[in-house]
Design a protein around this ligand. Structure first.
Ligand code: NAD
Ligand code: TDX
Length: 331
């Protein structure tokens, strides 16, 4: 099996490469990543000598054509991924998430290869706090931000290429990931590293917003399951019943790091801030027999805190620039 991983130097993609190296040692792995601010070669330490790494852009038609021609399956993680950035400058999101996905689809169509497209639960918009329903494969698309609307658009392109051109593709929409190698712009690593730099965590608005947390290894074990057993043209939602409001997560981080639970600041809210995400992953569980391993969020969070304490060389170079961006928006 020859697998092409787009965005393999990012958070989830690099964890996926490590997982595949361990679980499927005979697979040949090629990573393509343009090494945006979010790509980090250090995230591939330990596997880099055992894979092919190509620095390049998924929007590059000729490069993508060549790489897709030489693989059996494309697993497409590459995207601009941060909502706050998409509110400050949407263009890179339109370019990478829409045009980049289009380039991959055309190459997959031309060469008759399989595609697994990685997407997000944010394509469904948000839920009220007291809504008894969760997102399912049948929920209507209703994205809120430039980020989520470009991801929704990329899902639609994949569906259209399956129906109109008969390409072989699957899609997964996952909830909020946490774990090692996540950029310090994201909620959990930002708060851990703020505390490590002796500053207070920063909660947007009231902090009632709920996210459905899943460990990155559980997301990736589900992706592997779908690649191997998923049915052509199907969408699978990935989640692990990890709903928590942001305020509670900050309090857990603070107490896990020996601080008082109230030692945080409220900062400017995100414009259009989605209130709640919640995933019903019963299709994945019943049809493919997938199960998450990290069902204890507190334990997973503890291990993640330890990873950021033990790997300061990985995140320190990213921290100052990230906080400088946030200062401009009062966040
Ligand atoms: P990330 O920002 O950490 O990594 C993205 C990677 O893609 C980076 O290495 C970047 O350099 C690369 N990239 C971006 N544009 C590119 C381009 N045009 N050409 C080549 N490489 C490019 O993101 P992540 O959190 O690892 O997310 C990966 C995927 O998972 C995304 O598609 C995202 O929408 C999806 N997703 C993320 C989450 C989450 O909680 N982080 C949840 C559900 C789905
Ligand atoms: O400093 C912060 N304070 C804060 O309260 C930051 C950075 C975030 N927040 C809030 C905003 C959200 O309610 O925490 C929550 C999580 O924020 P992010 O880490 O930015 O994630 P989110 O916007 O929920 O999107 C994430 O999950 C879905 C990923 O970034 C997306 O790529 C994925 O699709």
């Amino acid at each position: 099996m020859r697998i092409l991983v787009t965005g393999g130097a990012g958070f989830i993609g690099s964890n996926f490469v490590h997982l595949i190296r361990k679980e499927r040692p005979n697979w040949q792995i090629t990573v393509i990543d343009k090494m945006s601010y979010a790509g980090n070669m250090a995230s591939l330490d330990g596997v880099i000598d055992d894979i092919e790494f190509v620095k390049g852009d998924i929007c590059d038609e000729i490069l993508i054509d060549k790489l897709v021609a030489n693989c059996d399956v494309v697993v497409h993680f590459a995207a601009e991924s941060h909502n706050d950035n998409s509110l400050n400058n949407p263009w890179p999101f339109v370019e990478s998430n829409l045009i980049g996905t289009y380039r991959i689809l055309e190459a997959v169509r031309k060469h008759g290869k399989k595609l697994h497209h990685i997407s997000t639960d944010e394509v469904y918009g948000d839920l009220e706090l007291d809504d008894p329903n969760k997102f399912s494969e049948e929920t209507r698309y209703n994205p809120s931000s430039p980020y989520s609307s470009t991801k929704a658009g990329s899902d639609m392109l994949v569906r259209a290429w399956v129906r109109s051109f008969g390409i072989h593709a699957t899609i997964s929409n996952c909830s909020n990931n946490y774990g090692p190698h996540q950029h310090v712009e994201k909620f959990i690593p930002r708060q851990i590293t703020e505390i490590l730099e002796n500053r207070r965590p920063k909660l947007y608005g009231s902090g009632e917003n709920v996210r459905d947390w899943i460990h990155v290894d559980d997301h990736n074990s589900a992706v592997l399951k779908i690649i191997e057993e998923g049915l052509n043209g199907e969408t699978y939602l990935i989640g692990a019943n990890g709903e928590k409001d942001n305020k509670s997560v900050i309090e857990l981080i603070l107490s896990g790091m020996g601080k008082k639970p109230g030692d945080y600041d409220h900062v400017t809210d995100r414009p259009g801030h989605d209130m709640r995400y919640a995933i019903d992953s019963s299709k994945l569980i019943s049809k493919l027999g997938w199960k998450p391993k990290y069902t204890n969020f507190k334990e997973g969070l503890k291990a993640t805190i330890k990873w950021y304490i033990d790997n300061q060389d990985w995140w320190k170079p990213l921290k100052a620039e990230t906080e400088q961006k946030y200062r401009k928006t009062g966040q």
